[in-house]
Design a protein. Structure first.
Length: 384
């Protein structure tokens, strides 16, 4: 009877944990849907900020390492600082202009505000969303949050939450203040090129595979902003393509590394050597998504990168050369990780079993992501 009672208590406890985690994830997803669907800038701001609460709780409850408290501190501090700028701009628009509907905001802002006021509101909105995208140098919270978050938390953070910031940057910053975007485009373009190059170089020297994927995410997000603030139509198309492609490929990468971490409880690429000898299914998908992460043809990353590079060639040839050099580093860090994790000799200190390789459900999930990556890579007109 005692063992039965303990089993019932344990099952109830696990059910409550699952119920809490599931509700936190559903809350994040519902708030993101509100952000994408609302035409009211004040409702967008409320939903955008409310996402922090379930995300904070999810990392605290589900994080698997001791540094998760440190990670959520960084997450809260950076997010609150960015929220101050957003709050100022949104509150000014709602209180002073008395308009919050997006369909009328652009006309009201252009016709009722002075040039100086528009610049202040533009910079406030831009800085608020720059923390969320994130742009360099406002990026450090993302690396720590990715490393300490559980796998499904990292997937939601990279594939969806960052896109809410990118969506806000395009919908509100770019569309409400087109004159200011054009005036500050060179400065923002310089910052984005620096951020892309900086994150790419840092990705090369990462040992923790999750940190490496986090820095590649930062590099891709900064690269997408190059297309947005190039102020060309083809650059904006590249921005949208990169956003969608990054959501697909980063999901697959975090899913694969999360599978390994659940078995081994470490993610160091040096200790993970020789996975191709023991985990052939994992190795095939890791290799495919690693080269897709480089943006080679056939995959969804290629059209966006091609569009953005084309826009840079027309607007600033020097930046185009720097970005192309960044792509060379991208090839370096992807092939370094492939070589370390898959092919650099089997680590005999790791005990792995064949049945711990990807199961049928994991293969179905990864194959579905690969399918959409190939569809958007071969038929970019679907997005365009």
């Amino acid at each position: 009877f005692s063992s039965y009672k303990k089993k019932v208590i344990f099952n109830n406890f696990m059910f409550k944990k699952y119920y809490i985690y599931n509700n936190l994830l559903n809350s994040i997803l519902i708030l993101m849907v509100v952000c994408f669907l609302t035409k009211d800038i004040f409702v967008f701001f409320l939903a955008f900020e409310a996402i922090l609460v379930p995300l904070f709780l999810y990392i605290i409850l589900q994080g698997s390492r001791l540094n998760k408290i440190f990670a959520v501190k960084y997450l809260v501090i950076y997010t609150i600082v960015g929220s101050i700028f957003l709050w100022y701009a949104v509150s000014y628009i709602v209180e002073v202009l008395g308009v919050s509907n997006f369909d009328y905001l652009k006309w009201v802002i252009l016709n009722s505000l002075s040039s100086g006021t528009r610049k202040v509101l533009f910079l406030s909105l831009f800085l608020g969303f720059a923390f969320k995208v994130p742009m360099v140098p406002f990026h450090h919270w993302l690396v720590i949050a990715h490393v300490e978050a559980p796998t499904n938390g990292s997937i939601i953070l990279a594939a969806l939450l960052l896109k809410v910031g990118g969506y806000g940057m395009y919908r509100f910053v770019y569309n409400l203040f087109p004159l200011e975007v054009f005036q500050f485009s060179n400065e923002i373009l310089s910052l984005s090129v620096f951020g892309f190059t900086y994150a790419t170089i840092l990705a090369v020297r990462q040992v923790d595979v999750k940190r490496y994927i986090a820095y590649t995410s930062i590099a891709h997000m900064n690269f997408s902003l190059i297309g947005l603030f190039s102020c060309t139509e083809i650059g904006i198309l590249g921005y949208i393509h990169i956003m969608i492609s990054h959501g697909i490929i980063s999901t697959a990468m975090f899913y694969l590394i999360g599978h390994l971490y659940s078995i081994l409880n470490f993610r160091d690429s040096i200790r993970l050597s020789g996975m191709a000898y023991k985990f052939p299914k994992f190795s095939i998908f890791f290799f495919i998504f690693s080269i897709a992460n480089m943006g080679i043809p056939l995959f969804s990353g290629f059209p966006g990168e091609f569009f953005i590079l084309t826009s840079l060639v027309y607007t600033n040839e020097f930046y185009a050369i720097l970005v192309f050099a960044g792509f060379m580093f991208s090839g370096v860090y992807n092939f370094l990780q492939i070589n370390k994790i898959l092919f650099s000799g089997y680590n005999t200190s790791i005990s792995l079993k064949k049945n711990e390789d990807l199961d049928s459900v994991s293969i179905l999930v990864l194959f579905s992501l690969l399918f959409w990556s190939l569809v958007f890579g071969l038929f970019p007109d679907i997005i365009t």
